[in-house]
Design a protein around this ligand. Structure first.
Ligand SMILES: NC(=O)c1ccc[n+]([C@@H]2O[C@H](COP(=O)([O-])OP(=O)(O)OC[C@H]3O[C@@H](n4cnc5c(N)ncnc54)[C@H](OP(=O)(O)O)[C@@H]3O)[C@@H](O)[C@H]2O)c1
Length: 256
């Protein structure tokens, strides 16, 4: 049976990845801090799809706990798909942002994701098979005041992912940057952002996001942007002069 290791599998997009992959025949290694929610996922997946969920609770901002997950990828039974999904984006004006929260965000969104990919790739390359999905954001293409750290971490994720995608071209291993827009997971509420100010047309469900990601991974794409309105916004941010795109993003961020 193929095995997928999913970080942030206790809720939202990661939870949906775990359930969707189990429905497609994967056994799951589920990583997040909340063991109870991971245990509930394991019971659910086993009952609904007859697949195994290996619960691996870890705070990925902690170097020691991260090392356990790295070891699972590098030296444990083969992992066919790594979904580097765990992430958060605290909203604050940078000069007022808690320095420890800034560091935790960079540790999770950047350091953990990078180290897990570094651990996963050598065995995949040796087998000439496997895939890594990096959950970035459509915000990775655009500066966004009050999310300075978040958008910078996601710009890293998309750029890093595209570079590694090209490095492994022709190796049998695939790498995808998934860049969702607003997705109905509760992420916004957890990150000091009022979702009622975003028009309904801009939202996707986690199920739709995961469906598009897996389709684009299958097609060998480097970057996946689910949703027509998100695709249009990303295209516009590439077309507009950088200063104009930045000022527009600032106006939107201030409105939100
Ligand atoms: N929802 C959106 O609108 C949206 C849009 C674009 C991109 N994204 C990206 O999508 C990814 C998933 O977000 P989501 O919307 O599904 O949010 P979510 O429901 O808040 O899920 C975040 C996941 O990350 C895990 N996590 C948080 N801190 C962690 C830590 N220190 N160690 C290990 N796991 C940790 C959480 O589990 P525990 O709390 O149990 O640890 C949870 O499972 C993120 O990378 C986010 O940036 C989301």
């Amino acid at each position: 049976m193929p095995v997928a290791l999913v970080t942030g599998a206790s809720s939202g997009i990661g939870h949906t990845f775990a359930r969707t992959l189990a429905a497609r025949g994967y056994d799951i290694v589920a990583v997040a801090r909340d063991k109870q929610r991971l245990d509930a996922l394991a019971v659910d997946v086993s009952a609904q799809h007859g697949r195994t969920v290996d619960v691996l609770p870890a705070d990925l901002t902690d170097a020691g706990q991260l090392a356990v997950v790295e070891d699972r990828l590098a030296a444990g039974p083969p992992v066919d798909l790594l979904v580097n999904n765990a992430g958060f984006g605290a909203r604050a004006r940078f000069a007022e942002h808690d320095p420890d929260a800034i560091e935790a965000e960079i540790r999770l969104n950047v350091i953990a994701l990078t180290r897990l990919t570094r651990a996963a790739l050598p065995p995949m390359l040796a087998r000439r098979s496997g895939a890594v999905v990096h959950v970035s954001s459509f915000a990775s293409f655009q500066a966004a005041p009050t999310w300075a750290v978040y958008t910078a971490t996601k710009a890293y994720v998309t750029s890093f992912s595209e570079s590694v995608h090209e490095e492994v071209r022709g190796s049998g291993v695939r790498v995808l940057a998934l860049c969702p827009g607003m997705t109905t997971t509760g992420f916004q509420e957890r990150n000091a952002f009022d979702p009622s100010r975003v028009p309904r047309v801009a939202w996707s469900t986690p199920e739709a996001v995961v469906e598009v990601a897996l389709r684009d991974l299958e097609r060998g794409r480097a970057v996946s942007v689910p949703g027509l309105s998100n695709k249009a916004m990303v295209a516009l941010s590439h077309l507009l002069p950088r200063a104009l795109a930045r000022r527009t993003a600032a106006a939107v961020a201030n409105r939100l």
